[in-house]
Design a protein around this ligand. Structure first.
Ligand code: PLP
Length: 424
C-alpha cells in the first residue's frame, strides 16, 4: 500500500504552485519551510516585476507616473482586485498601503471615537505586541487610562485558547461602555481562529465598531469581510501572502462608511479624489472608499513584490487551497499526536484548537522543557520552524508551497529528536 503522503502529493492539484517559489538551500536541497506564518517564501516572479519598475524608472523617470507599463500614479490599484477576492470584499473597500501598524493607527483615528460613556476597547489578551502598543497609545491619546479603557479576554484558568462564549459574554456585559471590539482573525501565538462573523455581530448589537487584524488570517483562512459587515480591517502581506520583508500593508473599510464624510481621518494627498488630485487645491476631497485613507504615493517596489505573489494566488481556487490546508495541518497534527502516544512523558502540548474551523495552517507546540534544543536540532536538519518566547514552536505547513511529504519528513525528524532528548 502506498503511503498516505505520496498519494496526497500525487493528487494535489496545487502541486505546481510550489515551483513558483524559491526555497532556501540546506546541503544542496530545499529546506523544509514551515515559517510561512512569519515570512513567506520569495515568488519567482518578484525579480522580473521589480526589474520592470527599476527599468521604467531608468527609462521614464518622472514620466513613469503616467507612462510606465503600470503607471505609478495608480500603481496601488494593481493589487486591489486580487486582495479583494482574498478578503471577501468589494474592490472599493480595499487598498494596499503603508504597513499593518500604521494602518491600525489610521483606522483607529477614524473608528475609535470614544465618548465619556462609551470608550472601552475589547480585545484578546496576549495580542501581538504591536497591536497592544498601538491600542494602548490610542486610548492614552484620547485621555483614557489603558488599564481602564482596555478589556482583555483571557483563556480560562489552565487553558491556552479563548472560549468563543467568553468573548460574546464580555461584549454583552460591556454593551454600555464599548466603543470598539478589536480582534485578530487568527491569533499569532496559539493559531486560534476567532469567529470573526459572530464577534462582529455581537459588537454591532452592543453598539460598538468591529475592527480586525488579519496579519495571520489573510491568505490563510476564509474571509468575507463585506458580508460579515466588518467595519475595518488591517493586514500585512509578508506572511501567508509572501510579499517579502517590510511588505506593503493593507486596509479594508466597509462600503457602508465610504461616503461618511464626517468620519475624522488623518489625510494625505494620495487619499484625495483621483480626478482632481493634481489640481492641488486647498481642502480635502477624499476618493471613494478605502483608497480615500491613503496618505502617500504608491510604494511601487513593495507593491511589485506583492503582485508577484498574487499572480500565483490568482490562479488558485481558494476553497481548494483551504481544503489542502486542513488536510496538511491535520496530517501534521496526527503525526505529533502519535509521537505523544509513543512517549507519554513528552513535555509538549499542541495548544492550537483541534477543530479545523477554529484554526488555520499553523500548529503551536508548547514545550514545558527543551523547546530550544528541539528547534536547534530541526534547524540543523534544514527544517525551518519558529520560536516564540517563552516556550512555543510554531509549525506552519503553508498549503501554497508545502507538500505532504514535507510534513512526513518533519514528523520523522521530530520523532527522532524527541526520542533522543526525552526518552532518557
Ligand atoms: C505580524 C503582525 C504584525 C506586524 O505589524 P507590522 O506593522 O507589519 O510590523 C502586527 N500584528 C499582528 C497580529 C501580527 O501578526
Amino acid at each position: 500500500m502506498q503511503e498516505y503522503y505520496r498519494t496526497m502529493d500525487e493528487q494535489d492539484s496545487l502541486h505546481d504552485q510550489r515551483n513558483a517559489f524559491y526555497f532556501p538551500q540546506h546541503e544542496g536541497k530545499d529546506v523544509l519551510y514551515f515559517c510561512g506564518n512569519s515570512l513567506g517564501l520569495q515568488p519567482k516572479g518578484v525579480l522580473g516585476l521589480l526589474e520592470q519598475e527599476v527599468m521604467d524608472w531608468r527609462t521614464y523617470a518622472v514620466e513613469g507616473h503616467f507612462h510606465a507599463k503600470n503607471p505609478w500614479f495608480s500603481y496601488h490599484s494593481i493589487v486591489t482586485e486580487s486582495l479583494a477576492r482574498i478578503v471577501g470584499a468589494l474592490p472599493s473597500e480595499v487598498v494596499a498601503m503603508q504597513t499593518l501598524t500604521a494602518n491600525l493607527h489610521l483606522a483607529m483615528v477614524s473608528f475609535y471615537r470614544p465618548t465619556t460613556q462609551r470608550y472601552k476597547i475589547l480585545m484578546e489578551a496576549g495580542a501581538f505586541p504591536s497591536d497592544q502598543y498601538a491600542i494602548e497609545s490610542q486610548a492614552r491619546f484620547h485621555g483614557f487610562d489603558p488599564s481602564d479603557a482596555i478589556i482583555e479576554i483571557t483563556p480560562r484558568e489552565g487553558e491556552y485558547v479563548i472560549h468563543h462564549e467568553d468573548i460574546i459574554q464580555a461584549i454583552e456585559q460591556n454593551a454600555d461602555s464599548l466603543a470598539l471590539v478589536m480582534f485578530s482573525g487568527v491569533q499569532y501565538l496559539t493559531g486560534q481562529r476567532f469567529r470573526m462573523n459572530a464577534i462582529c455581530k455581537a459588537a454591532h448589537h452592543a453598539g460598538a465598531i468591529c475592527g480586525l487584524d488579519l496579519a495571520h488570517a489573510i491568505g490563510n483562512v476564509e474571509l468575507q469581510l463585506h458580508d460579515w459587515d466588518i467595519d475595518f480591517a488591517v493586514w500585512c502581506t509578508y506572511k501567508y501572502l509572501n510579499s517579502g520583508p517590510g511588505g506593503i500593508g493593507g486596509l479594508f473599510i466597509h462600503d457602508r462608511h465610504a461616503t461618511s464624510h464626517d468620519i475624522p481621518r488623518f489625510a494625505g494627498w494620495w487619499g484625495y479624489d483621483e480626478e482632481t488630485r493634481f489640481l492641488m487645491k486647498k481642502g480635502f476631497t477624499p476618493s471613494y472608499g478605502a483608497s480615500g485613507w491613503q496618505l502617500s504615493n504608491a510604494q511601487v517596489f513593495q507593491i511589485a513584490c506583492l503582485r508577484a505573489s498574487l499572480d500565483i494566488f490568482d490562479k488558485v481556487d481558494l476553497q481548494t487551497l483551504f481544503a489542502k490546508r486542513d488536510a496538511l495541518t491535520a496530517y501534521a497534527e496526527e503525526g505529533l499526536v502519535s509521537i505523544k502516544q509513543e512517549m507519554p512523558q513528552l513535555p509538549i502540548e499542541i495548544i492550537t484548537p483541534k477543530e479545523k474551523e477554529e484554526r488555520g495552517a499553523q500548529l503551536s507546540l508548547l514545550f514545558h522543557e527543551h523547546g530550544k534544543a528541539v528547534i536547534d536540532k530541526l534547524i540543523a536538519d534544514g527544517i525551518i520552524v519558529d520560536w516564540r518566547e517563552p516556550n512555543v514552536i510554531r509549525m506552519t505547513p503553508a498549503p501554497i508551497y508545502t507538500r505532504f511529504s514535507d510534513v512526513h519528513a518533519f514528523i520523522e525528524r521530530f520523532r527522532a529528536h524527541c526520542t533522543e532528548l526525552f526518552s532518557a
